[in-house]
Design a binder for this molecule. Structure first.
Ligand SMILES: C[S@@+](CC[C@H](N)C(=O)[O-])C[C@H]1O[C@@H](n2cnc3c(N)ncnc32)[C@H](O)[C@@H]1O
Length: 264
């Protein structure tokens, strides 16, 4: 097993583009990472509006003794939360700069778990290594679902769970091309459009699938769907992300959560 990262030139084009982009974005994620690392068990919150774990239940009830992996761990706070709840955790991320922050925060908080620099589409662990896999806006948004979903299925043991949180498809379809513009109330791109998205002025590559495609993909890779959540938020809710306003998110789902389980 190796924690060596492949050379950038051997990475798929979207992975190389996202490595360069996330190394640039990383500085903007330090403060949030520092804040989230301080969160103690029972107080975790999720997504752009910080919705409580008590409502979303993205973490299994009992993580003690489970092998867990975070696919696209960024600054590593979800991995830290899982470690504090007793899991044996591995975080993998494609950005050296994001992992620099994660390593520093590990030292500051006295928590130690493997942080792998790599692509969640090709994880250097044997088949059936994990009981639980999670991605909050990590691989679920930035890696190719046709590659990372089969890879997650390979990594999980029978009965293992995969939980992901990403932009809702409606949020994607109503987001103006311009960066930092709020979602509108009309569809600005087709439902049956390209699944890859590079926003105007950006170089990073995102992946957005309609719900029917997610269902088909999960089932084709041996997963049963346990839950689909698209939670409303209060109109007065705020977030640092300009595309999502409380007014919009109280009417339409900004985020989608899939909870799936590998068939035994
Ligand atoms: C928004 S952060 C997710 C971390 C954290 N949950 C958060 O919301 O800030 C997205 C992370 O996904 C990572 N990422 C993008 N593509 C990846 C890939 N193919 N494999 C692993 N990580 C990837 C990026 O480097 C980045 O750190």
């Amino acid at each position: 097993m190796s924690d060596e990262a492949p050379l950038p030139e051997s990475l798929p084009a979207h992975v190389a583009a996202n490595r360069a982009a996330w190394d640039e974005y990383a500085a903007d994620y330090v403060a949030a990472g520092e804040r989230e690392w301080r969160v103690q068990p029972g107080h975790e919150t999720w997504g752009v509006f910080g919705l409580p774990e008590a409502d979303l239940r993205l973490l299994p009830d009992n993580l003690a003794g489970l092998d867990a992996i975070e696919l696209g761990c960024g600054t590593g706070y979800v991995s830290a939360w899982m470690t504090r709840r007793g899991a044996r955790v591995v975080g993998i991320d494609n950005s050296p700069r994001q992992l620099e922050t994660a390593h520093r925060l590990q030292t500051e908080h006295g928590l130690d778990f493997p942080l792998i620099l790599g692509n969640a589409e090709a994880v250097p662990y044997p088949d059936a290594s994990f009981d639980f896999a999670i991605s909050e806006y990590g691989a679920v948004l930035w890696a190719d679902p046709l590659v990372w979903v089969p890879e997650a299925a390979r990594l999980l043991r029978p009965g293992g769970r995969l939980h992901v949180l990403t932009n809702s498809y409606l949020s994607f379809l109503t987001g103006p091309d311009e960066p930092d513009a709020p979602n509108g109330d009309t569809l600005v791109r087709p439902w049956f459009g390209p699944r890859q998205m590079v926003w105007k002025g950006e170089t990073s590559v995102e992946f957005h699938l309609p719900p029917a495609d997610w269902i088909q993909l999960f089932r084709a890779n041996g997963f049963e769907i346990e839950e689909l959540l698209e939670p409303p938020v209060p109109a007065e809710a705020t977030t640092r992300y300009v595309y999502a306003t409380g007014a919009w998110a109280s009417q339409w789902p900004v985020e989608t959560i899939w909870k799936v389980r590998k068939r035994s």
